[in-house]
Design a protein around this ligand. Structure first.
Ligand SMILES: Cc1cc2nc3c(=O)[nH]c(=O)nc-3n(C[C@H](O)[C@H](O)[C@H](O)COP(=O)(O)OP(=O)(O)OC[C@H]3O[C@@H](n4cnc5c(N)ncnc54)[C@H](O)[C@@H]3O)c2cc1C
Length: 585
């Protein structure tokens, strides 16, 4: 059987989203703009609608209000936001902030907390500050514990399993999976920002960044009405922030884009400004998933069990067309039971280009649940997830720095990022603080005799940004990403039997090794080589026969360089795994 997938022509139709989602075509679909960005004036980055996800409460469901979260969680996030806003004086356009952070998702708020704790005057603009983050984040408990956030979970599954074997048997992963308590984390990060006494947070949408002044950048923004008032304006499309008041501006020595995957203010290597012409962004794959938070009559999962990936496809054997569809466009189920009658199900395409349409994922999910005898009695929320995977890195010589999805920090082969962003936030804040301190010292030293040492120092804003970019995307991290990118590129071309063979070998690696792949370790080239050989020797000829030519013809120089120890690397602490059952006994 041919192992590489040729995508059926009918599969190329554009994605359609529910009306609550952006009405623009999505990147990764036939009708999308090449890089999802709107035309921009020279030396300016203008905001554009983009991709990400929306959690859409089902009409008529108990949670079909403004937010999918229970009212108490939504209210507590709104209260934390209001407290953080009230803690600092109103913004003043004449003030020069050390850093203006655009976006208050996990990346933006964790970065801002780190900046504030270093005493940097920081302004955070977030369009949805007073509402809970929409995404359901799954992470490994050991990742949170390493960050001192082990208690920041809303569900814990000691028994994570994967169905990736050809015989359909489960593989026990022996690593504890959790659902991040996104409301608690947002409250905690806002509290850290407030406690620092240096972070001003504003519910506002940034529209433009002017990088023409040499010593700072100017962010133009407008305030956003509180979520509770958002639906009142007939001119505002659903799901979009309702802007109020005049256009305002803020000056920052550094501006950090933390607006997620839409690449609103950052430029990527090989992506033409303004989105005209062929773009390196077209090379990205997409993880697409359709999820439901469901009430069920019953489910088959053991207590404490969740399913990380279920690649079985018995539900797709009814016709030749179904069998072909399943074999050529592999998708898996991700299932997180939180009670005997409540489960979050998500049918996921790990990586594909173009993205697998949500309607196909939804159809497959319901077919699977019906086959497994799971009766959904109520859908509380729907999740439409679209994550760009791999593709180019940000240009490192650009004024606007970025963090999180905007900095391409997502794992190119898995789509995970949140634990990594939380881990790197403090380091990134340290780099910004260090580069700014050095630039200020230089500017102070060059003050003319009699110059005001307490006045505004004229730092070289381009040099500061470039130093931050070089540190965030150090050569070691770039090579690591090339390796993960190769993995993502390979996986996206596989048919179902081959992808099962691959993951079957993957989860038979020593647990430390696959865990370090998933958790952004394998920083040393030798570790990556050992990982690759480990999969190669454990897997089937079907995988070997495809990955070898793919490595030679597609991976080539980048893959080779990622495996050669020719550059310095900063190695983070290893992943600290829980004891295996026999070790713990
Ligand atoms: C549906 C979904 C599920 C995911 N699940 C997981 C998971 O389980 N585990 C994992 O590790 N990763 C997951 N990811 C990947 C990644 O971790 C998330 O995308 C994560 O939310 C990215 O964080 P961020 O802070 O960079 O961006 P976002 O979370 O997207 O936050 C961006 C913020 O910027 C604000 N903003 C946007 N534009 C403007 C503007 N112009 N002005 C002001 N504010 C603006 C937004 O309101 C938002 O608050 C998921 C991604 C998606 C889309």
């Amino acid at each position: 059987m041919a192992a590489f997938v040729s995508v059926p022509a009918g599969h190329l139709r554009p994605l359609r989203l529910s009306t609550a989602v952006s009405r623009r075509p999505l990147p990764g679909t036939a009708a999308a703009a090449p890089n999802g960005a709107s035309p921009r004036a020279p030396r300016r980055r203008a905001a554009a609608a983009g991709i990400g996800m929306v959690t859409t409460p089902k009409p008529g469901s108990p949670s079909a209000a403004a937010s999918p979260a229970p009212p108490s969680a939504a209210a507590s996030v709104a209260a934390a936001a209001a407290a953080a806003v009230a803690a600092m004086p109103p913004t003043d356009s004449s003030q020069l902030y050390d850093v203006v952070v655009i976006g208050g998702g996990p990346a933006g708020l964790s970065l801002s907390a780190g900046l504030g704790e270093r005493g940097l005057r920081t302004l955070v603009l977030d369009a949805s500050l007073d509402t809970p983050w929409p995404n359901n984040y799954g992470v490994w408990l050991d990742e949170l514990e390493a960050l001192g956030l082990g208690d920041c979970t809303s569900a814990v599954w000691p028994d994570a399993v994967a169905y990736v074997r050809a015989d359909g048997a489960p593989s026990a992963l022996n690593r504890v999976y959790v659902r991040l308590d996104r409301h608690a984390l947002k409250r905690r990060l806002l509290a850290r920002c407030r406690a620092s006494g240096a972070v001003t947070v504003v519910q506002a949408a940034a529209a433009d960044v002017d990088v023409s002044p040499g010593t700072h950048s100017v962010v133009t923004y407008r305030d956003v009405a509180p979520a509770t008032e958002g639906g009142a304006d007939p001119d505002t499309p659903p799901g979009r922030p309702r802007m109020v008041g005049p256009v305002r501006s803020a000056r920052g020595a550094v501006v950090a884009d933390a607006t997620g995957h839409a690449l609103r203010f950052v430029e990527m290597e090989g992506a033409p400004a303004g989105g005209d012409g062929p773009s390196s962004l077209d090379l990205r794959g997409y993880q697409a998933a359709y999820g439901i938070e469901a009430v069920v009559e019953a489910h088959p999962y053991a207590p404490g069990q969740m399913v990380l990936m279920d690649y079985r496809d018995d539900h797709m054997q009814g016709s030749a067309a179904e069998r072909t569809e399943s074999a050529t466009v592999p998708t898996f189920l991700y299932a997180m039971p939180t009670a005997p009658t409540r489960v979050f199900f998500e049918e996921t395409s790990l990586i594909a280009a173009p993205a697998v349409p949500f309607e196909d994922l939804k159809r497959r999910l319901y077919a699977r649940l019906a086959h497994d005898g799971i009766t959904v009695t109520e859908v509380l929320d729907e999740e439409f997830c679209l994550i760009p995977m791999g593709g180019p890195l940000p240009v490192r010589q650009q004024r606007v720095v970025a963090f999180g999805g905007a900095a391409a920090l997502v794992h190119p082969a898995t789509g995970y990022m949140v634990a990594r962003a939380l881990e790197l936030a403090d380091e990134a804040a340290g780099h910004i603080a260090g580069e700014l301190a050095a630039a200020k010292a230089k500017a102070a030293a060059s003050l003319p005799a009699g110059g005001d040492p307490d006045g505004e120092l004229e730092v070289d804003a381009d040099a500061v940004a470039s130093g931050v970019w070089e540190a965030l995307w150090s050569v070691g991290r770039r090579k690591q990403r090339d390796f993960f990118n190769f993995g993502g590129e390979y996986l996206r071309r596989l048919d179902l039997p081959t992808i099962r063979d691959f993951f079957s070998a993957f989860f038979r690696l020593p647990r430390q090794q696959w865990a370090e792949f998933l958790s952004f370790r394998l920083l040393r080239p030798g570790e990556r080589l050992a990982f690759g050989l480990g999969v190669f020797f454990r897997t089937t000829n079907r995988v070997r026969a495809t990955i070898t030519p793919f490595g030679m013809f597609h991976g080539r120089g980048k893959l080779l360089m990622s495996l050669l120890p020719l550059y310095p690397v900063d190695v983070p602490p290893p992943v600290k795994l829980p004891p295996l059952p026999e070790e713990g006994a």
